[in-house]
Design a protein around this ligand. Sequence first.
Ligand SMILES: Cc1cc2nc3c(=O)[nH]c(=O)nc-3n(C[C@H](O)[C@H](O)[C@H](O)COP(=O)(O)OP(=O)(O)OC[C@H]3O[C@@H](n4cnc5c(N)ncnc54)[C@H](O)[C@@H]3O)c2cc1C
Length: 399
Amino acid sequence: MAVVGAGAAGMMCAAVAGQRGRRVVLIDHFSRPGEKIRISGGGRCNFTNTGTGPENFLSNNPGFCRAALAAYTPRDFIALVERYRIGYHEKHRGQLFCNDSSESIIGLLRAECGLAGVQVRSPLRVDSLSLDGGAFHLITSGGPIASAKLVIATGGLSIPKIGASDFGYRIARQFRLPVVEPRPALVPLTFAPEVWRDFAPLAGVALPVSISTARFAVGPGPGQFDEDLLFTHRGLSGPAVLQISSYWEQKEPLVVDLVPNQPVSKLLRQAKEASRQDLGNVLAQWLPRRLALGWLATQIPLGEALADRKIAEISNKSIDQISKHIKSWQIIPSGTEGFKKAEVTRGGVDTRHLAAHSMEALQQPGLYFIGEVVDVTGWLGGYNFQWAWASAVAAGRAI
Ligand SMILES: Cc1cc2nc3c(=O)[nH]c(=O)nc-3n(C[C@H](O)[C@H](O)[C@H](O)COP(=O)(O)OP(=O)(O)OC[C@H]3O[C@@H](n4cnc5c(N)ncnc54)[C@H](O)[C@@H]3O)c2cc1C
């Protein structure tokens, strides 16, 4: 069998199939396969999330990922990591990172491929692919390769300079599998210069928020995240914004609670009774001071003047108006930082045309799609690697 793409999913699948006795050739066009693993998690690879479930993924076919995730769980990958004596720790909400370096995960995958006798060919370019006599024929920069089974593990479009390509989508279309429009996800959001002019001076301010888009602003659940938000010179970033970017649709407002879990209106009214402070200083108890003052000036008519007024002198109507803005700040991004900065690609090969237990194309026996090339996109926090491992193992065990 041939596997195209030697990233997280491709290496895992090659190793599993090879250890089941299959003869495997693993092809990558990039000189340093596994590069995305190397740069992941700030160099420490957030290799799984102990709380992984189907609800942590976006897809046009939400139930599809269930079978593969259940058949190969975070516990299974952790057991492999422990077998290789790789030290790891939990950073935040089930997110597991290597103690030392993501190189150890690449080392693990290479070792597993080595044990399985996988033949790795990289860099090797695939120029064309055809199906003839029940076998796939790949014309490559290193000569022809024929194989009865073919696994496409070429990932998404994020970070083109380290090998991302649209190869997987082209192969899907060649075999008449629809592709859900690929779009940048887990990506900073940008704003029109005239909208952002007033916020740009806040670059560097970070704070915990609750964020959603207008469609999801109804309370906890998918599409609503409690995470940190970061102001930048061009727009908004930080985990909160990366998470919501995967759900955001063009022209849709973000809805941000800048002081989550606090009844701001009640607290401001109490402060009005008890405090001689000006409004800016009162707000600075809950918000970073630069934000409290800068944000007030941009949001409320005469807000700049209000910031310096004693809270005792501000009407209850104005207090309610300010609280409403703080609890439900709405702002419309103009776009994203694009595939150059996106951690993942949302969309991909339409899973309604794949078998959930094996990742095999329903109308093309012998052709498999695994990992990020498929329309299954995880939240930030180790979910994308867990999908890469689980979908790879599903195919590797089925072939
Ligand atoms: C900066 C960054 C940090 C991240 N951090 C995390 C994290 O900590 N935790 C997490 O869960 N996820 C993280 N991700 C996402 C995660 O890296 C991906 O979801 C995962 O690598 C997908 O695995 P894959 O094997 O499907 O694709 P990839 O790992 O992208 O591998 C695809 C492989 O296919 C090769 N390829 C592409 N086109 C061709 C072609 N035409 N011919 C031959 N080979 C080809 C590429 O060179 C590459 O080696 C991060 C992503 C980025 C960009």
